[in-house]
Design a protein around this ligand. Structure first.
Ligand code: XLS
Ligand code: NI
Ligand code: NI
Length: 467
């Protein structure tokens, strides 16, 4: 193992850009090689800048509605796509080669990758990262050896977090790549696989706690089925609920104070995934008495795969006090699968931030870029362009949303549209003081109700004025 002495950067506060420079000095120590030497700290240069390696809109220290942009947006970089993704697809080999993954010794490669990741987080100026257990340390022959590898890497991750001020937004487990999980993890027909998955989640939760993670995610990669011909759906759903109850119990026994999130997705890789969308998952949580224990990590591309708009899934989660965190990406509607592209659509980031800011913003959650560069984007600079564009897209969305909220234009229209419910008659229905008999009597007395325009086109025009 490489044993470079840790460099202390006291009091690094990443909400403050000046301190990012301080944190960066860590990577400039003579014993430390830079992994991204062609890229310096990314800074805000304003909308007129033509520097491709600068922010035009994301100005972390700028205050909007009482919080800085960094506090509102709580950006996170995901480890799996950004540092482990190599551009392979089902028709082609990896296209992306990084020197930090090339070491023969798998633990040495894991360590170099982690160091590269923290240089990247610091240079791009995010406050958080997210990982799967198997992203940061490769699986060994036995669970015990795998866990020992994790412990080593987590120790280094803890040091790098301290040195840079970058924190863990959430951790998770990969219980879908290994062949043992081909028929699912918690919904596997074999209790031994269920047990393996539980052991993995137990460890992943413990390392998340050790790294001060603000949350822990469950994405049910293969928790669903390919065909009902071989599936006992009722039994699998019971097992899934049992698994979550055990996870909640373990969280409590650890004293882990982070939030638990389920990340709904309708399909892919399974034909049908049980936590299909926010509403389906909400029903599942209620059915099993878990609605107070688990919130949602809403992913944009999963929303569209489920046939919903991203902001629909956010609005549904918010309406039921279930919004925890967000995987910020987008799909390609022409392709129709989970392409995990970087978000660039200002219309969508505006509508998403409108929901999030109106609901009071994130507490433990944030915007995690669960996105990967395209297969032909093979240079390290492409990783930076991708994150800069995505951060700017959300910064613009935030600014637009803040203006929409403070001007109250949509709120005023909605209040007018529902005004009937504020008078005595509407209020009586709402509080349950009416019956079908009374409503029939009202209708017979008042005749045909007045109708009003929904004003959709006008509202769309108004929205466009803010974008
Ligand atoms: C896959 C999911 C996955 C989760 C974490 O579609 O988005 O990456 O975010 O397991
Ligand atoms: Ni995701
Ligand atoms: Ni996804």
């Amino acid at each position: 193992m490489h044993t470079a002495a840790p460099v202390d950067v006291p009091g690094v506060d990443c909400y403050n850009t000046r301190n990012w420079f301080q944190a960066l000095s860590f990577f400039r120590e003579p014993h430390m090689k830079q992994f991204f030497p062609t890229v310096k700290q990314i800074r805000y240069e304003g909308p007129e800048s033509d520097n491709p390696l600068a922010f035009r809109h994301y100005n972390p220290d700028q205050t909007i509605m009482g919080k800085t942009m960094a506090e509102h947006l709580r950006f996170a970089v995901c480890y799996w796509h950004t540092f482990k993704g190599a551009g392979a697809d089902m028709f082609g080999a990896p296209t992306i080669v990084r020197d930090y993954t090339s070491a023969k010794n798998p633990l040495r490669a894991a360590e170099l990758t982690l160091r590269a990741a923290f240089e990247f987080f610091t240079k791009v100026g995010v406050k958080f990262w997210c990982f799967h257990d198997r992203d940061i340390a490769p699986e060994a022959a036995t669970l015990a050896e795998t866990n020992a590898r994790l412990d080593k890497i987590v120790e280094l991750a803890g040091k790098l977090q301290n040195d840079t001020g970058v924190g863990l937004l959430w951790g998770t487990t990969n219980a879908f790549s290994h062949p043992r999980f081909m028929a699912g993890a918690a919904t596997n027909p074999s209790p031994a696989v269920f047990a393996y998955a539980a052991s993995q989640v137990k460890k992943a939760m413990e390392i998340t706690q050790r790294l001060n993670g603000q949350g822990y995610v469950f994405w049910g990669g293969r928790e669903g089925y390919d065909t009902l011909l071989n599936t006992d759906m009722q039994r699998e759903l019971q097992h899934l609920a049992r698994f979550f109850h055990m996870a909640v119990a373990h969280k409590k026994s650890l004293g882990f104070t982070g939030a638990l999130y389920i990340e709904p997705k309708p399909k892919e890789p399974t034909a049908h995934q049980y936590d299909c969308d926010a509403a389906t998952t909400h029903a599942f949580l209620q059915q099993h008495g878990l609605q107070k224990e688990i919130k949602f990590n809403i992913e944009a591309n999963h929303a569209t795969l489920a046939g919903h708009a991203f902001h629909h899934e956010l609005a549904y989660a918010i309406a039921h006090d279930l919004l925890g965190s967000v995987d910020a990406n987008r799909g390609d509607l022409l392709l129709g699968w989970d392409t995990d592209q970087f978000p660039t659509n200002i219309y969508e980031t505006t509508l998403a931030m409108y929901q999030i800011v109106k609901a009071g913003g994130f507490t433990t959650g944030g915007l995690n870029f669960d996105a990967h560069v395209r297969r032909q984007s093979i240079d390290v600079e492409d990783l930076f362009y991708a994150h800069i564009g995505a951060m700017d897209a959300f910064a613009r969305g935030l600014k637009n949303a803040a203006r929409l909220i403070s001007d109250g234009v949509l709120d005023k229209c909605i209040a007018r549209r529902y005004a009937g419910w504020d008078n005595e008659f509407g209020a009586a229905i709402e509080r349950g003081a009416m019956s079908f008999d009374k409503l029939e009597a009202f209708t017979l007395e008042h005749g045909e109700p007045a109708v009003q325009s929904g004003r959709q086109e006008l509202l769309e025009n108004i929205l466009n004025q803010y974008i």
